[in-house]
Design a protein around this ligand. Structure first.
Ligand SMILES: C[S@@+](CC[C@H](N)C(=O)[O-])C[C@H]1O[C@@H](n2cnc3c(N)ncnc32)[C@H](O)[C@@H]1O
Length: 395
């Protein structure tokens, strides 16, 4: 970085002078799922092997270091922000198009208690004890809000037409399905997962099933849209899953995957060798040793092509690691992303680093403290690339 916002990472060369391509997605949010008039179709999906990174953003903004923000090097959500977000089992769904997660400048992190969907008898219950499992589920629900914030409140970006049957694989807490069902009462949405952690009470047009997406797909009907989010590393053979999904889509229907790309990237030299950089490298390498590929999300386009899908579109977004960049929206996004990262890092790391990496639990915790400190440092300009790939089944 030359001190004027010019990145020195050669893979980010086109960002020089902050000439990041941004698009006003917000202007198109009124029609759920309709494409931006300025869709990215010109860049390669090879990421980061090419020198091209396209960045979508819900508002007109530039990815640029905020040089004027001298108040503190620490950009820390846990000390300065209060988070309110809906959970998969909360009654309080706001399905308005203008939705944006709220933050306030005082207080500590607050989340809504997990309650049975539309079970009014439980309205006054105190928040349930947060177990380890609940904590991860709360994080997934927070991450759902982060994706909505990233995509201008859209649940999917594929330019779909009428949606009758929709499938969400690896649905987790089921929050995407529940919100989709509430927004689209004319559709039926099915969520599948290995784990039955979804709420029992759901909207009438939403059902959940335990299913392994890597097994043979035996649904009784085809789908207008198959969706999957943050599934990188879940599958031993992601191409097989994408092939099964393609076979289960109606002609003219869409497959859409939304994901984080690991390892994270640096906007400039401040990221190189940082603890976040080291953590990403270590995690990807250990997962590979354990037979899991944490980085396959960057190859979704090729997999969609290999499955025979057409009209493939790929879009890129960023989650800065801390509020190091200019612009109110990116700062807000970064605070949500940072909380997501800080809350999720131990769960992602512990088993791999102890069982595969041979580290003791104490060594892992000590290392993760340094990674967390780095992730709070506004002088370290890292970001998580977010990718959305959409493909249509030929009619
Ligand atoms: C990171 S979570 C993402 C949850 C959800 N898609 C979201 O965005 O909130 C990954 C989910 O995929 C599920 N999963 C992993 N492997 C799977 C498989 N082979 N078939 C179905 N679900 C799977 C896990 O149980 C977990 O709930």
């Amino acid at each position: 970085m030359d001190g004027h916002g010019v990145p020195s990472d050669p893979s980010l060369g086109h960002l020089a002078g902050s000439k990041v391509e941004n698009h006003d997605v917000a202007a198109t949010t009124a029609t759920q799922g309709q494409p931006s008039t300025q869709q990215h179709t010109t860049h390669s999906s090879e990421y980061p092997e090419t020198n091209v990174i396209m960045v979508d953003a819900p508002h007109d903004m530039l990815l640029e270091v905020d040089m004027a923000d001298h108040d503190s090097a620490i950009g820390d959500v846990t000390t300065s922000y209060e988070f309110h977000f809906r959970t998969s089992s909360s009654q309080h769904y706001d399905v308005g198009e203008s939705y944006s997660p709220t933050t306030s400048s005082t207080g500590s992190i607050v989340s809504l208690s997990r309650r049975a969907f539309s079970d009014s008898s439980k309205k006054t219950e105190e928040p349930t004890t947060v177990t380890r499992k609940d904590t991860e589920q709360e994080r997934l629900d927070l991450q759902h809000q982060l994706f909505l914030l990233t995509f201008g409140n859209k649940l999917h970006l594929a330019p779909t037409e009428e949606l009758h049957q929709v499938l969400d694989i690896g649905t987790g807490t089921g929050i995407w399905c529940i919100e989709f069902a509430l927004r689209n009462p004319q559709s039926h949405v099915t969520g599948t997962d290995l784990s039955p952690i979804q709420p029992e009470l759901t909207p009438p047009n939403c059902t959940f099933e335990v299913d392994d997406a890597e097994d043979e797909w035996v649904f009784p009907h085809q789908f207008d849209l198959v969706h999957g989010r943050t599934l990188a590393s879940c599958f031993k053979d992601p191409q097989k899953v994408i092939n099964s999904a393609t076979a289960s889509i109606k002609p003219g229907g869409w497959l859409e995957f939304q994901d984080i790309i690991l390892p994270a990237r640096g906007f400039d030299d401040s990221y190189t060798g940082s603890y976040v950089d080291q953590w990403c490298t270590k995690l990807v390498a250990l997962a590979a040793r354990a037979g899991r590929d944490f980085s396959y999300s960057q190859h979704y386009r090729q997999m969609f092509q290999a499955a025979g899908l057409v009209d493939i579109q790929e879009r890129h977004f960023v989650w800065p690691t801390s509020p190091w960049c200019k612009g109110e929206h990116l700062k807000k996004l970064s605070l949500w992303a940072q909380k997501d990262f800080l809350d999720g890092i131990e769960g992602m790391s512990m088993a791999l680093m102890t069982r595969v990496g041979g580290m003791s639990r104490e060594e892992v915790l000590e290392f993760l403290e340094k990674v967390k400190e780095d992730a709070r440092n506004k002088n370290m300009h890292g970001f998580m690339p977010i990718i959305v790939v959409m493909g249509r089944k030929a009619s």
